[in-house]
Design a protein around this ligand. Structure first.
Ligand SMILES: Cc1cc2nc3c(=O)[nH]c(=O)nc-3n(C[C@H](O)[C@H](O)[C@H](O)COP(=O)(O)OP(=O)(O)OC[C@H]3O[C@@H](n4cnc5c(N)ncnc54)[C@H](O)[C@@H]3O)c2cc1C
Length: 317
């Protein structure tokens, strides 16, 4: 079985989610290769430890994160190398590339997967359904099989041999170059992103208003973590959408998740339930979050969080 993993990069770094999918692909066995598309991306490609080969499509026309030129590169590779599987970690770009590639190759794409396994020489994917209350198995009728995995579904491998880098000729369709990136803006961020952080401190409606995030940020800073939020508070404009954790937000799996004033609705739970240790602070002892938290603190977060941040700072100094 030959598997190709689409490796997305930000600057010189491959994303944690795509490295996680690469680690899963190597567990499936067979021949595993990666592909990195961009401009001056050899440095990033070399970091794909575990892949036997990484195809590098290096071209200034691939600098902007636009899908169609990447579909051209991947379609050429899949045809030339006869890959059986093409795996993606979900992102806005990866979803566009995966769907464009499915259309181009007339291939089947299963999306929103959280797992995949080899069975009888083929693959079986696992996908949450019915509001994430059940898992269903999904398959493919033919090769190449395309799969898009929820971000954070797999951990990257701790180590692995450096890959052989293989330059691929970049031949782009005329229609793929009709879209141009007009402007790119990067959100100013200090500290780790919520997908990459080992510790996430998340706030919900219990914070009482946008100012309530001050104490959440304070605790996150003290712990060296990132700030997450529920949909209720991002919809209310208390915190940016980029911090939303859950079914319609991001999936995170930090070592420690501190949920502050969060009730624990199923749509939030599915985005953080694979965290190592879940600590919940809620004034309602019957809040659903206590059903799946490892440690529960019943009390007013406005009193608890500042003290907790202070204790963390003291312990660290
Ligand atoms: C299709 C769909 C998709 C959705 N996707 C998402 C998603 O991706 N992510 C997401 O989070 N939600 C999502 N939701 C919304 C979800 O159902 C919940 O409404 C939401 O998660 C609730 O947010 P919350 O916990 O902040 O608010 P609430 O449910 O209102 O909970 C607030 C909690 O704060 C506690 N509290 C209040 N004051 C204090 C205090 N002073 N100290 C301590 N505790 C206090 C309360 O006891 C309560 O438990 C989705 C819903 C739908 C229908």
């Amino acid at each position: 079985m030959k598997t190709l993993v689409f490796l997305e990069h930000h600057g010189d770094e491959l994303t944690k989610s795509s490295l996680g999918v690469l680690a899963k692909a190597t567990q499936l066995g067979g021949e595993v290769a990666g592909v990195v598309c961009g401009s001056s991306v050899e440095g990033a490609a070399a970091k794909a430890a575990g892949a036997a080969r990484v195809f590098v499509a290096d071209d200034p026309r691939l600098e902007a994160p636009l899908p169609q030129p990447r579909v051209d590169v991947l379609a050429g590779l899949v045809r030339a190398e006869a890959f059986d599987n093409v795996l993606f970690a979900a992102s806005v770009l990866a979803a566009d590339v995966a769907s464009g590639l499915a259309a181009r190759l007339d291939a089947g794409l299963n999306w929103d997967l959280v797992d995949v396994a080899e069975r009888d020489g083929g693959l079986v994917g696992t996908r949450p359904a019915l509001g994430d209350s059940v898992y269903v198995e999904v398959g493919w009728k033919q090769t190449p099989r395309l799969a898009l995995f929820r971000a954070g579904s797999f951990e990257p491998a701790a180590e692995g041999a450096a890959p052989e880098l293989v330059a691929v000729p970049v031949e782009l369709e005329e229609h793929s170059l009709r879209t141009a990136m007009v402007e790119q803006a990067h959100e100013e961020q200090s500290g780790p992103s919520i997908e990459d952080a080992d510790i996430v401190v998340a706030g919900g409606r219990g914070l009482g208003g946008p100012d309530g995030f001050g104490v959440v940020e304070e605790l996150a800073r003290a712990l060296g973590g990132a700030v997450g939020a529920t949909r209720a508070v991002v919809d209310a404009g208390w915190y940016p959408y980029s911090a939303q954790v859950g079914q319609t937000g991001k999936t995170v799996s930090p070592k420690l998740y501190v949920a502050c004033g969060i009730s624990g609705a199923i749509q939030h739970k599915v985005g953080m339930q694979s965290s190592g240790t879940i600590v919940a602070i809620n004034k309602d002892a019957n809040a659903p979050i206590f059903e799946f938290a490892d440690l529960g603190v019943v009390g007013d977060l406005h009193q608890i969080l500042p003290r907790l941040a202070e204790l963390v700072r003291q312990a660290k100094s």
